[in-house]
Design a protein around this ligand. Structure first.
Ligand code: SP5
Ligand code: ZN
Length: 342
């Protein structure tokens, strides 16, 4: 299986993040991609190729143009305001505040276009996020050109980012952009299976009213875990998309054995839906030693995950999402890909 990756994706290198009431060292760091690259080379998974540079158009198919523009110009505005360190939002237009004001202040804009304070924005974030989206788009194009599988080594990740907001370490929704690209260039039915530990709220919200992109997600129960406000079992789509979203929220402490029934059900949905392509939002944060997560996968379970996904028998694009246990990240990621390749 070929991997797509650009070193431009390393340029987003946050120093700190806000979590548990503290400023802590950031966990979504360039070393994640470097660990995966090292494992891919070591285990000779296949060629590692550069993404093509796509125009902004496929991003605008998923994200609001003003949101993309905000990210593009953010650092200039931020530094013009006299700030020099990475940015965190701290105020949001929640219920009772005005939704109809066109804020111009950079602190207002940060709140307008974000969902949390845990996602630092730096001087190279836009370039890196664009490259990450290009990596996913290149993978999508490879499926259209007849590849049976590909691995988009996306970073920064994407599945928490929505139409006009960033959050959860995500800026552009790489998997959603790839899915929409597949739809725009000839496929009729695309499925996204999100196996990141966290619910893929951005992806779900982008396709919630559509039957042409099936969204399936297995994740930690949002009553106990980020993103708290989406990912419950009663969310099954709306309007024309009714029945085309499925969620399997699982308790903290879930191990492979407890995970399997949900995975089997998700695979049955794929069987019924018969997608022309499958996009796997591949988080590796179900791992037992993940520093911010609460599931109990061991490294071999990721082989089993890859093997099970291969049995679905559909052209598959793996799009990397989360996973923060740096030392094991390469092993766990390549385990999925090797399990899939057989
Ligand atoms: C792509 C992805 O996996 N994003 C995850 C975003 C999670 N952000 C919230 C982090 C909260 C960390 N809480 C840690 C509790 C353990 N001490
Ligand atoms: Zn995650």
């Amino acid at each position: 299986m070929k991997t797509i990756f650009s070193s431009t994706q390393l340029a987003h290198a946050p120093a700190q993040e806000i979590s548990d009431g503290k400023l802590k060292p950031a966990v979504e760091i360039p070393g994640r991609a470097e660990m995966v690259l090292a494992a891919l080379k070591d285990r000779q998974v296949g060629d590692i190729i550069e993404p093509a540079e796509f125009p902004v158009r496929p991003l605008h198919r998923v994200h609001a143009p003003d949101y993309v523009g905000f990210l593009e110009t953010f650092w200039d505005s931020w530094t013009a305001a006299g700030r020099s360190k990475e940015a965190f939002p701290f105020v949001w237009p929640i219920r009772s505040l005005r939704q109809d004001t066109k804020v111009e202040h950079i602190d207002g804009l940060l709140g307008r276009y974000s969902m949390d304070a845990g996602t630092p924005l730096g001087g190279n974030t836009y370039q890196a996020a664009r490259a990450s989206a290009d990596t996913a788009l290149t993978g999508a194009k490879m499926l259209l050109d007849g590849e049976q599988s590909a691995f988009a080594l996306c970073r920064p990740p994407g599945h928490h980012a929505g139409y006009d907001f960033f959050g959860g370490y995500c800026f552009f929704n790489n998997a959603a952009i790839a899915a929409q690209y597949l739809r725009d260039y000839g496929l009729h039915r695309v499925a996204i299976l999100d196996v990141d530990y966290h619910h893929g709220n951005g992806t779900q919200s982008l396709f919630y009213d559509r039957p042409d992109v099936l969204f399936l997600s297995i994740h930690a129960d949002p009553k106990d875990e980020y993103p708290y406000f989406l990912g419950y079992a009663d969310e099954t789509g709306e309007h024309a998309g009714t029945g085309f979203t499925r969620n399997w929220p699982l308790p903290l402490g879930t191990d492979w054995e407890a995970y399997t029934p949900a995975l089997e059900e998700a695979c049955r949905w794929l069987l019924v839906y018969k997608p022309e392509a499958l996009i796997v939002s591949l988080g590796l944060d179900c791992y037992e030693k993940d520093p911010i997560s609460g599931f109990k996968f061991v490294s071999d379970d990721f082989i089993r995950l890859g093997q099970r996904l291969a049995k679905v028998g559909v052209p598959t694009l793996f799009v990397m999402e989360g996973g923060y246990a740096i030392d094991a990240l390469g092993t766990n990621c390549v385990n999925v890909l090797e399990g899939f390749a057989g």
